[in-house]
Design a protein. Structure first.
Length: 577
């Protein structure tokens, strides 16, 4: 495609337009370009200096000065975004970062257990203890600095010497100083977490022995009890407000269809909570006896006792009992029964923990609107004014019962519900609408709000489509009409078609014969001269009837002749050596 020829044609076409058309074209192009630029800038994110990227950040002023000196030596352009951040051209970032790191210009002042990577011969136990303490402090500082709100951390440990005497043994302590990121603070849970982290890393160190301060020297976490109570009070307030709002919305939702709309009922609920939590252990004994164990023992024994021989020592006593005599005097019988039953009383042990909050009392105040009826004139016809009619007591009682059931009314808690009837709006000529502007906007926000991001682009597309249909298309059609009219004007107005010329010649010949006959002219009559005379007469008649068209035609012919002459001269100049 020959863009040069296209541009020249567009310029020539633009030059043929009148002033109003040129203004419309320029304004349209400026509007389109401005709209496109606006959309690009609107969706673009703010950026820093173009072509520059951060080399180092969070530098100390001393390290920043060293890095700047090195960049000057390397002849690298740089920019100080702030006193701790240096930016260089994006193409030089990684190369210069590696070069500066290899020179050891920036050193981390936090050393950890890498101190023990190199063994030192001749080091004493005191040296080893100091190195261990430094390594432990550095590792803890690195870990704490990894938390998001913390920019820098310093840890100091006080580790007492161990002793054999328990009474003289001292507990270790620790202190932590933190510097926060801009507009960031530590929460209570994070403070407790830091103290637990330090205490878990050091033997025999308790969390209460860890002191935590910020860069301004303000102690952090010392008022834990006060902070806990403050946060607990905020939590309780939020919980109470949320429960009250939930009941208020329930009341409005129940009464709105009856009263005639959300804007015609108001509810205010107050709930008294008991936030004290109790733990209770309850043992309950069952009065029914339960056999735990039963034991039965039964013993029986039967036998005789041999007769004892006694008397004066002699033959009889030595011989013993004589055969045939009864040897046993008595027979012994023994019987024993023993039964034991152990009973136990069953019991139930219950541990009860009270809820986060228990309701002590609920009070509710409800305002409802009345009815409105149009006034009537003397003839009984309704007018544009309205009269307010209060609700009767039966309706108020029904509303009161609905409210009680909605909030869970409990007479034992001394709950209270008050329903009042007032005119929300003075009858100034129109009855209050059940669905007003507020309700409409709420519905729009509810259904259209989630679609807002997509609707934004749809709205832009609709605007562009309307702009194309209403401005671009009519303008393009207008340009085509102008071009066609110009082409028509560029054609010779006096051109005569062949058929029309033949008819005209025939007529001229007939006229010539007639004139010759009447005037007695000979055969040396000139047809070309006669045709010229006829065309000249036609031209005079056209100039008299359409002077503007003839002037435009002459102007176009002159311009085309001038362009042809200029191109001819340029061709002659280009052909010269």
């Amino acid at each position: 495609m020959d863009f040069k020829a296209l541009i020249s044609q567009l310029v020539a076409l633009f030059g043929r337009l009148n002033r109003n058309q040129q203004i419309v074209i320029v304004a349209t192009v400026v509007a389109i370009v401005g709209f496109i630029v606006f959309m690009i800038l609107y969706n673009a994110k703010p950026a820093g200096k173009e072509g520059y990227k951060v080399l180092f950040d969070r530098l100390t002023p001393a390290d920043a000065a060293i890095v700047v000196e090195q960049l000057k030596k390397d002849k690298i352009d740089y920019e100080l975004l702030n006193e701790t951040t240096i930016a260089v051209p994006e193409a030089e970032v990684y190369k210069e970062r590696i070069a500066i790191a290899s020179l050891g210009i920036i050193k981390d002042n936090k050393v950890g257990f890498e101190l023990f990577d190199k063994q030192e011969f001749g080091a004493t136990s005191f040296d080893q203890d100091i190195k261990y303490k430094r390594a432990l402090e550095g590792e803890l500082a690195r870990t704490i600095a990894g938390l998001r709100p913390i920019k820098e951390a310093i840890v100091h440990l006080a580790l007492p010497k161990e002793t054999l005497f328990v009474a003289k043994q001292e507990e270790p302590t620790a202190s932590v100083q933190v510097t926060f990121e801009e507009s960031m603070r530590l929460t209570r849970q994070q403070i407790v977490g830091i103290k637990n982290l330090v205490s878990a890393a050091v033997p025999k160190l308790h969390p209460e022995k860890v002191s935590l301060i910020d860069a301004d020297g303000v102690p952090l976490g010392d008022g834990d009890e006060f902070e806990q109570s403050s946060e607990r009070a905020k939590l309780q307030t939020r919980y109470e407000t949320r429960q009250e709002e939930a009941l208020e919305q329930k009341i409005v939702k129940v009464l709105a269809p009856i009263i005639g709309g959300d804007d015609r009922v108001r509810a205010q609920v107050n709930i008294e909570f008991d936030f004290s939590q109790r733990e209770m252990t309850q043992e309950k004994f069952d009065p029914e006896n339960v056999v735990r164990s039963e034991q039965i023992i039964e013993e029986k024994r039967e036998g005789s006792r041999p007769k004892e021989i006694g008397g004066v020592p002699g033959a009889v006593s030595n011989i013993g009992p004589v055969e045939g005599l009864q040897g046993n005097e008595t027979i012994e019988k023994y019987s024993k029964n023993e039964a034991s039953t152990n009973y136990d009383v069953s019991k139930t042990v219950t541990q009860v923990k009270s809820e986060f909050a228990t309701i002590k009392r609920i009070t509710a105040a409800v305002l409802v609107d009345g009815k409105y009826e149009p006034k009537k004139d003397e003839e009984g016809n309704p007018t544009e004014e309205f009269d307010y009619i209060a609700l009767d007591q039966a309706s108020l009682d029904q509303i009161n019962n609905l409210v009680k059931r909605t909030i869970g009314y409990n007479e034992a808690r001394l709950d209270d519900v008050t329903v009042s009837n007032f005119a929300f709006r003075a009858p100034a000529g129109s009855i209050p609408s059940a669905t007003g502007y507020t309700a409409f906007m709420q519905k729009v926000e509810k259904y259209v709000g989630p679609l807002a991001p997509a609707l934004k682009y749809l709205f832009v597309a609709i605007i562009l489509f309307i702009f194309y249909k209403k401005i671009i298309v009519p303008f393009a059609d207008r340009m085509l009409e102008i071009q066609e009219s110009q082409e028509e004007l560029s054609r010779p107005i006096l051109s005569i078609d062949e058929d029309e010329g033949e008819d005209l010649v025939g007529k001229v010949q007939a006229m010539r014969k007639k004139v010759e006959e009447q005037l007695g002219v000979n055969e040396n009559f000139n047809e070309d001269a006669l045709k010229y005379d006829v065309l000249l007469e036609k031209l005079k008649a056209m100039v008299e009837s359409k002077p503007e068209d003839v002037a435009n035609l002459l102007k176009v012919l002159i311009e085309e002749e001038s362009i042809a002459i200029a191109e001819l001269e340029l061709g002659k100049r280009g052909s010269k050596p």
